[in-house]
Design a protein around this ligand. Structure first.
Ligand SMILES: Nc1nc2c(ncn2[C@@H]2O[C@H](COP(=O)(O)OP(=O)(O)OP(=O)(O)O)[C@@H](O)[C@H]2O)c(=O)[nH]1
Ligand SMILES: [Mg+2]
Length: 463
């Protein structure tokens, strides 16, 4: 994973389309030299002679034919105190596809190559400015779905997670060194005193891992949003519920059953928690071709949902359609919503309460705006049932990190068992080392090029 001498990369860092400003970024040993050939300041001074990290006003020219391309500001930043730790130049031109693309072409013509997605951040990682979990946080910030998601990602970028891991790694290293010291004993076994101390340290380390792991379900929700599916038979008020939660008329609501044909997906933020909420086609047997595709899609979405909002109609008794739905969602996390309680109640509420004992059942009337507050409260409590509060910003938000932590914990538990059962110490040390390596994968200390490439592949161009 070495960066080739002279390998200078460039990309547009701003989103395509018309906008006030567009930014072209360049990074690598030749960045300043390349930019200097295309830029002329209004005062006629070359970029190489201008002070570091200062905005310079001038024009970008095509050096081949002298054509003036755009009026710009340019900042040159010398290595190593830059985003990538290499020489970096940023050209701020007018937004819009044409000026940005033409400037990019000039820079490429002068010897830079187009960067791969995430390559700037990848260089920051490979050059040791940030670790892998911090690099991943950059993308989480860009994609954050809520304030809580942003806060968690910024904390991770600052090294919040890395510092927690460092504490555990230090403990494991001290276990390793004590084991190594005791290997000198002729019988190759751990002395009673050392054994107790080692057990104590492994116990503490496992507890610290557990604490981090306990944040992962909330962490994933904070990062990706809680996938919430609104399910129910036709005409119970599913789309009305989506609209009420969004506080806008997003989905079409009519008194005709089968109004929603396709799955509608929206993001809402509920007390800081991002919800990816899906309004679905009402589930029923139908001869209508389009509607039946919608129903099939509903079933698919249901598989992926973290939470199901089951809507029942208080004004109709439980029907065969309801029973089919109850059967499909049996194993899901459910909140039962009895809607239309403003009408004459025909639903056997007692039966519902009994059937869903232990699960929240909320009485609502969407036309009268009743029950929404209770629903929001219930969702919030469900997400934070593991007592992870937003005050603690360090959370395990990615599946990759969770997987590494779990493997580290398994290895350390094996080590603990080995210590207890008096297995030779050098074997114990193999397990402790495996735990350390698994933790090191999170921060990218010992990780294959393939995994690094896979992580950065999902990044934005220009980041
Ligand atoms: N009386 C009463 N009517 C309601 C309530 N909530 C929704 N409705 C009405 O019920 C009808 C169906 O509402 P929708 O939100 O379209 O129902 P849906 O479940 O999305 O229906 P499909 O998309 O056909 O599956 C509309 O006429 C709504 O105005 C309620 O709390 N009380
Ligand atoms: Mg609908």
């Amino acid at each position: 994973m070495v960066i080739k001498e002279g390998d200078t990369i460039t990309a547009v860092a701003t989103a395509p389309g018309d906008s006030g400003i567009g930014i072209v970024r360049i990074s690598g040993p030749l960045a300043i030299k390349i930019a200097a050939q295309a830029f002329r300041s209004v005062t006629g001074v070359s970029l190489a002679g201008l002070p570091d990290r200062r905005m310079n006003y001038g024009y970008i020219y095509n050096p081949d034919n002298g054509e003036k391309i755009d009026e710009v500001l340019v900042t040159a930043m010398k290595a190593p105190h830059t985003y990538t730790r290499e020489n970096v130049v940023e050209i701020y031109c007018h937004g819009g596809n044409v000026p940005v693309r033409k400037i990019l072409e000039v820079i490429v013509g002068l010897g830079a190559r187009i960067a791969q997605p995430g390559e700037f951040t990848k260089r920051a990682f490979l050059n040791g400015r940030i670790d892998l979990s911090q690099a991943e946080a950059v993308m989480d910030i860009i994609h954050s779905k809520s304030e809580m998601g942003l806060k968690t990602a910024v904390d991770q970028l600052e090294g919040g997670l890395s510092k927690r891991l460092d504490v555990i790694k230090d403990k494991l290293l001290s276990i390793m060194s004590r084991i190594e010291a005791s290997i000198d004993f002729p019988e190759h076994d751990i002395e009673e005193l050392t054994r107790e101390a080692l057990l104590q340290d492994t116990r503490v380390s496992i507890a610290m891992m557990d604490k981090l792991l306990s944040t992962s379900s909330t962490g994933k929700i904070v990062r990706e949003g809680l996938k919430t599916a609104i399910i129910g038979k036709p005409n119970v008020g599913k789309s009305s519920l989506l609209n009420a939660l969004l506080r806008e008329n997003r989905a079409i609501v009519t008194e005709i059953p089968g109004t929603t044909r396709d799955v509608i997906e929206e993001y809402i933020t509920l007390r800081g928690i991002p919800l990816r909420i899906m309004d679905t086609a009402g589930i029923r047997e139908t001869d209508d071709f389009v509607e039946s595709i919608g129903v099939e899609k509903t079933r698919e979405y249901l598989q992926r949902a973290d939470l199901v909002l089951l809507v029942l109609d208080a004004a109709r008794p439980l029907s065969q359609e309801d029973r089919i739905i109850l059967d499909i969602i049996r194993d899901k996390k459910i909140i039962v919503l009895i809607n239309k309680t403003d009408l004459d109640i025909q639903l056997d509420i007692e039966e519902i309460t009994e059937r869903f004992s232990g699960r929240p059942v909320i009485h609502m009337s969407l036309t009268q705006e009743k029950g929404l507050g209770t629903l929001e409260e219930t969702i919030y409590e469900m997400v934070f049932s593991d007592r992870v509060r937003s005050s603690d910003a360090v959370m395990v938000t990615s599946v990759r990190h969770e997987d590494c932590l779990k493997r580290a914990k398994v290895s350390l538990s094996d080590a603990q068992q080995a210590i207890i059962s008096g297995i030779p110490v050098d074997l114990v040390s193999i397990d402790v080392k495996a735990a350390l390596e698994a933790l090191g994968e999170i921060t990218g200390e010992n990780i294959t090029e393939e995994i690094v490439d896979r992580i950065f592949h999902d990044f934005c161009i220009g980041k």
